[in-house]
Write a protein that binds this ligand. Sequence first.
Ligand SMILES: Nc1ncnc2c1ncn2[C@@H]1O[C@H](COP(=O)(O)OP(=O)(O)O)[C@@H](O)[C@H]1O
Ligand SMILES: Cc1cn([C@H]2C[C@H](O)[C@@H](COP(=O)(O)OP(=O)(O)O)O2)c(=O)[nH]c1=O
Length: 216
Amino acid sequence: MPSSGIFISFEGIDGAGKSTHIEALASALRAQGRTVVLTREPGGTPLAEKLRALLLHDAMDPLCEALLMFAARRDHLQQVIEPALARGEVVLCDRFTDATFAYQGHGRSFDLNTLATLEHWVQALPHGGVRQPDLTLWFDLDPAIAAERLAGARVPDKFEAQPVAFFRRVAAGYADRLSKDPGRFARVDAQGTLETVREAVLDACRTRPWWQEQAP
Ligand SMILES: Nc1ncnc2c1ncn2[C@@H]1O[C@H](COP(=O)(O)OP(=O)(O)O)[C@@H](O)[C@H]1O
Ligand SMILES: Cc1cn([C@H]2C[C@H](O)[C@@H](COP(=O)(O)OP(=O)(O)O)O2)c(=O)[nH]c1=O
């Protein structure tokens, strides 16, 4: 049981269904009387949203991209995530550090050890340890299906415009992160209908001890 609030991240390749399902989980948690903060990365604060605009639309080298992702994350943690968790709230975050390992690390082949160093700096807790989500919902979907879902749905940004081969590497990156911390992850089969996926998300939460706990 987390000592403060509950931190849940939503992960997966673009078009896997994260944004669609984050709202449904927020509603279910609010119905339990909890206060829910819905946020996203890169972004979630005025500064981090400015960095998001650069990251999603400007060309840059992989180190610059990784540093800006973590700079945005640092501000987001300090301004939004840590204060909300300290108040005992639930933070639902559309992407967190697993995305950096999957996209910059596996997608762009950036050095994973450097990312791990940045992760430890940026997510360090004042009394030791490293902030990580209590639960990471990984929406696992075949990149070809995700591409079909996205076609025509919105104007692609820098990442969404990548070929299917890039997203296959990103998906392998998520699988690698899961294998290193299986207790934190729940893999959600994102191929089903909206209703099936919604139930899978709720099922993944129902198995966690905090689901039954009284809201503070
Ligand atoms: N289970 C599903 N079946 C069919 N289409 C879906 C499903 N989940 C999401 N979609 C559609 O796929 C597109 C991408 O979903 P979205 O939630 O924006 O993905 P993400 O946030 O992971 O990029 C949207 O048009 C959404 O309506
Ligand atoms: C958080 C994060 C996101 N990204 C990428 C993945 C996405 O393509 C993009 C923005 O994520 P996202 O908010 O999921 O995009 P959208 O709202 O359009 O669905 O940023 C990284 O490459 N590294 C990261 O660390």
